[in-house]
Every structure is written in structure tokens, then in C-alpha cells.
Design a binder for this molecule. Structure first.
Ligand SMILES: Cc1ncc(COP(=O)(O)O)c(C=O)c1O
Length: 400
């Protein structure tokens, strides 16, 4: 999964140095991957894409035929996604929604609100009464479920199962649901439960989490004599940057979800992955500017850095990469710098030791001017980076 696809490889070698760095997205590879994910899931499971992973309009559009909708987590994402993929179902989640954001979502006719607190529920009800007085707005209550520690073990980012600002505490579940059954929220329709508890779980753990969420939701519904039509078990399917070939086991997860659907035929199950859909379709291509020794180790400084591709710094991993020796002869009158050792650490142009993309990469023979293509850069990459630090030029974007 780390070697660039042929179209990405050709493009990376064909760009002039001044056109680097550049994000290269293989949209055919993305569509094929999304189609395979969809095919692994039972029909009763809806697939939403968490736009926060990569909201580029071309990415949202390429995913269009393979997803049932999009999850957005801010007013900005809401406006952007509604414009990029007009008319597609949206679920509006995220903590700290403002009155202005909720009003905009109501005006846009957003199908589902993932409500994060009792306070937010009251705000949504009051705004709905004013903005869409004749509608009943669809609500999924997001809960921070108390799963046992083992089910979230191994996650790279836990958002639930412990104190966090996300979702409603399970201790408040009964009082919040009672507001729907005692007639005090006539503007809202309780569709179901939402729980995104962790990112980075493998298929068996994701399945165990999904089963727990469904069981808990059904018990909640029984206690209140109501039917919950939908359960959204979130995203967070694992993407392993240290083992790029170890893909999330969609077939096993799909089989497990099929069992869950069979046990609850009245339920629409929904998942909302981000990273596992788009991480593999993006590459950050750049060139080696200089190769140098430092205290016995060797560093290659590349054009760009973690202000464009913050993922390795944010997650503390080495970004998988491939070196493509340049086809061009060395164009300068000064001598070319080159690696003398077998292993080189790739660093960017920022004035901070944290600007490291990949450590101790075996790239004997690396030379200035060679291209380096960092893989798995299609999710939480450009859009989570601190672009303006040091005022270097921004990267190009190519959708292939
Ligand atoms: C509510 C919610 N849903 C879905 C996702 C997507 O998670 P991932 O990209 O790990 O699949 C996130 C990520 O933070 C999230 O907060």
C-alpha cells in the first residue's frame, strides 16, 4: 500500500522542482477501495464518510457513489460538504455546536443531528421551533458509553469509555430520553443512538464495540417503551502506519455486522469511517534538497515538511515513503549532495527538530534532486497541518 500507484509515480517524476511539494490523489484507487468497503458491508448497514478526514471536494465526489451520506462536525464542514455534494444526506455532529451553526443546519434541512449534551438538545429544540416550525428534526443522541476497558484497548485515540467532552454521560441517558416521551420536545424526533468511542480499533474490537452499543441502546429503548430505528456505531477503523499492508479487515467486520443486523432486523445500523476510507489514496510528493551528516547520523532535508503533512508528528509515527530517483541530470554548477550511509532520516524545512517525516529509512544512494513520495497521506494530513508556519509556499494539489 505504500508504493505509489503508476499514475502517482509518473506524476511525481514529471513535476518540476518548483511544482513540489504536491499532494497527489489517485481517485480511481479511492473509488475502488470505497467500492470494496461497501461490498463487504451488509445492505442494512449505511456507510457515511466522516468528512473531517479529508474534505477536498474531489474526494467527497469520488466517494459519492459508494456512501449513503456524510458526517460533518462543524458549520464550516456543513456548508462546504453541502456545496460539494449537494443533496446528499448529512449528519451534523461534534461538540460545542453554536446557535448560528445549528440554525444554518436547520435551514439547510440536515437530516440528522448528533446531539452531544442535554443543553444542546434544549438549544436545538428551541431553534427548530423558530427556524423550521412545521418539521420534526431527526436526532441521534451521542453517548459516551461505559464500555469495559478491554474493548477500547489498542485504540490510538479514545473519545469515550472515560471522562471526555464528547457525548452525553450514560448516567443522564434516562432523563434525556424521557424528554422525548413526556412530550416536552415536540419539534424533535428521536431516531436513535450515536457513539463514536475510539479510533484505531481492529475489526474484532470494532465489532465488539458495535455489539455493546446496540445492546445498550436496545436496553435503553426497552426501559422507555420506545423503538430506536437507528444506531450509529461511529468510525475509527484501524489504519496502521507502521504496517501499511495490514488493512482493516472489512470482510470480517461486514460478516460480524451482518450477524448483528440479523439479530436486530428492525434496526438501521450506520458506520462513519474517515481515515480508513481515504488514508490510502493520497501521497505527498517532494524532492530532496540536501543530504547531510549530523553526529554520526544522516539527514535528508526535503521541500516542505510537517506544516503540510503533520500526520507523523501528530501521531508519532514514521510516514511510509518511497524514493524515486530523478530522471533529470543534475542541473546546477555546484556539487550534488548524496547519502553516504544506508539509512537516512527525512526532515522538512521548518526550524524545529519536530519537523521529521520519517526516521532511519533504508535509502542507500539517495541524492539531492531525488523524489520522495510519502504514502498514506490521504487522511488527516494537509487539513490538520499548521500551513503558515515559516511562510513557505503551499503544496500543489493534483487529483488523478
Ligand atoms: C464523531 C466522529 N465520527 C467519525 C470519526 C472518524 O474517525 P476515523 O477517521 O478514525 O474513522 C471521528 C473522528 O474523530 C469522529 O469524531
Amino acid at each position: 500500500m505504500t508504493a505509489p500507484t503508476p499514475v502517482v509515480r509518473e506524476h511525481a517524476l514529471g513535476l518540476a522542482p518548483q511544482e513540489l511539494p504536491a499532494y497527489l490523489y489517485d481517485l480511481s484507487a479511492l473509488a475502488a477501495h470505497a467500492a470494496a468497503v461497501r461490498a463487504a458491508l451488509p445492505p442494512q448497514v449505511e456507510l457515511y464518510y466522516a468528512a473531517k478526514a479529508n474534505p477536498e471536494p474531489e474526494i467527497l465526489t469520488a466517494l459519492g457513489p459508494h456512501v449513503d451520506g456524510y458526517e460533518v462536525s462543524s458549520g464550516g464542514e456543513l456548508a462546504h460538504v453541502a456545496k460539494a455534494v449537494t443533496g446528499r444526506p448529512l449528519a451534523f455532529g461534534g461538540p460545542g455546536k453554536t446557535p448560528d451553526e445549528i440554525t444554518a443546519a436547520l435551514e439547510l434541512g440536515v437530516e440528522r443531528f448528533h446531539v452531544e449534551s442535554a443543553y444542546e438538545l434544549g438549544m436545538l429544540a428551541a431553534l427548530a421551533a423558530r427556524v423550521v416550525p412545521h418539521a420534526r428534526v431527526g436526532v441521534l443522541l451521542r453517548f459516551n458509553l461505559d464500555l469495559n476497558a478491554a474493548s477500547l484497548a489498542g485504540s490510538s485515540l479514545a473519545m469515550g469509555g472515560r471522562p471526555t467532552p464528547f457525548g452525553i454521560d450514560p448516567g443522564e441517558a434516562d432523563s434525556v430520553v424521557a424528554r422525548f416521551t413526556d412530550g416536552s420536545l415536540p419539534q424533535l424526533r428521536l431516531l436513535g443512538v450515536h457513539a463514536h468511542l475510539a479510533s484505531g480499533l481492529d475489526a474484532p474490537r470494532q465489532l465488539a464495540v458495535a455489539e455493546s452499543i446496540v445492546t445498550w441502546s436496545q436496553a435503553l429503548a426497552r426501559r422507555h417503551g420506545i423503538r430506536l430505528a437507528e444506531v450509529n456505531v461511529g468510525g475509527g477503523m484501524s489504519v496502521d502506519y507502521a504496517r501499511p499492508g495490514a488493512l482493516f479487515d472489512w470482510a470480517a467486520y461486514g460478516d460480524g455486522l451482518a450477524g448483528l443486523c440479523a439479530a436486530h432486523p428492525e434496526l438501521t445500523l450506520r458506520i462513519e469511517p474517515g481515515r480508513s476510507l481515504t488514508a490510502y489514496c493520497g501521497w505527498y510528493a517532494t524532492e530532496v534538497l540536501d543530504v547531510k551528516q549530523s553526529h554520526g547520523e544522516e539527514f535528508a532535508v526535503v521541500r516542505g515538511g510537517t506544516h503540510h503533512l503533520r500526520t507523523p508528528a501528530a501521531k508519532g509515527h514514521d510516514q511510509p515513503c518511497t524514493v524515486l530517483p530523478t530522471r533529470e541530470p543534475w542541473p546546477h554548477p555546484w556539487p550534488r549532495s548524496e547519502a553516504l550511509q544506508d539509512r537516512v532520516t527525512f526532515a522538512g524545512q521548518l526550524c524545529t527538530p519536530k519537523d521529521v517525516l520519517s526516521r532511519q529509512v533504508p535509502v542507500a544512494g539517495l541524492r539531492a534532486g531525488d523524489r520522495v513520495v510519502f504514502a498514506m497521506a490521504g487522511a488527516y494530513a494537509w487539513n490538520i497541518s499548521h500551513h503558515d508556519f515559516l511562510m513557505h509556499p503551499g503544496p500543489g494539489f493534483h487529483f488523478l
